[in-house]
Design a protein around this ligand. Structure first.
Ligand code: G4P
Length: 283
């Protein structure tokens, strides 16, 4: 299956982000914990060099905890600060504040040596569409925060949200698009629901997901749908349609409905906490 998806306004968004990056100390990059590499855009590494970097493995509530730990280690070894989260949960935010402080320690020290005291760290949220950027900003900033408004020397119109005495957040997140060079990236993104449905062949995608699950999480499909996992993917989809009563008028099995059901249940975590991508050996 080949998924192709390039929005036309990408170049403009990238230019805007490059401008915004000049204003900040720390990039908080959200990725989806179920596909931590495929849900990033590696161009950010070039665009954000010289900035402190924090990777937030979001939607960790839907991902496999053991694999999230492996990914945390993977990114830490590459020099990123890493934290996992469910961006909808306020209680996760304290840990994030601590990691932000840690990530910006060098900058804070440098400021202090120059006699600059208490200048808050400026951070920006970046990530691909649907990864949870707005949710994170809303949960993290909450109601208690104050918008600090324009500042002298800062591009007109920029709004900063004061999170606490140490951190200010740019209120508009930076949107990047995933890179589709490896065809698996498109499939993973489609599986987690980050690609518009109308450009997808749901049935074909469900077969890809079935094959991934057979390989990575044997037993999961059998447990949820009572299917025989040794079968090939199309036969499994047929069994899901049978066992879940997906039937068209005239008693014919409705594969489309079975495919949509499987994808929806996977995306909502009904099949359990599942991570589709594991760090590549060579990476
Ligand atoms: P974006 O700004 O990066 O585009 O993403 P946004 O915050 O709009 O979040 C996209 C969807 O992901 C939202 O669901 C949001 O509720 C959900 N979400 C964000 N963070 C998490 C998380 O950590 N865990 C889980 N499970 N979900 C998360 P939606 O489908 O647009 O709305 P709804 O159907 O959930 O209401």
């Amino acid at each position: 299956m080949y998924v192709q998806w390039y929005p036309g306004h990408m170049t403009k968004a990238k230019r805007q982000m490059q401008e915004d990056l000049k204003l900040i100390d720390l990039i908080i990059e959200l990725t989806d914990a179920r596909i931590p590499l495929s849900s990033r855009n590696p161009d950010l590494d070039e665009m954000g060099k010289n900035k402190a970097r924090l990777i937030l493995l979001n939607k960790a509530d839907l991902a496999d905890d053991a694999k999230t730990a492996v990914w945390t280690d993977f990114f830490q070894k590459k020099g990123y600060f890493v934290v996992k989260a469910d961006a909808r949960e306020k209680k996760n935010m304290k840990a994030i504040t601590q990691v932000i402080a840690e990530a910006c320690k060098e900058k804070t020290e440098r400021d202090r040596r120059r006699g600059i005291l208490n200048r808050p760290v400026r951070a920006m949220i970046v990530g691909i569409p649907n990864v949870g950027k707005s949710t994170f900003i809303n949960t993290y900033a909450g109601k208690a925060c104050t918008k600090t408004g324009n500042k002298p020397g800062v591009t007109k119109g920029k709004q900063w949200i004061r999170l606490n005495k140490n951190v200010e957040l740019l209120d508009t997140p930076g949107v990047l698009w995933p890179k589709f060079e490896d065809p698996r990236v498109g499939v993973y993104l489609a599986c987690i629901g980050s690609i518009r449905e109308e450009i997808l062949n749901t049935q074909e995608l469900s077969l890809e997901l079935i094959e991934l699950l057979q390989k990575l999480y044997p037993g999961v499909l059998q447990a949820r749908y009572g299917v025989t996992e040794e079968n090939e993917a199309p036969k499994l989809l047929l069994q899901i349609a049978e066992n879940r009563n997906c039937i068209k008028r005239g008693e014919e099995l409705d594969y489309g409905r079975a495919a949509a059901l499987l994808l929806e249940e996977f995306r909502n975590g009904k099949l359990g906490k599942i991570t589709l991508e594991i760090p590549k050996q060579e990476a």
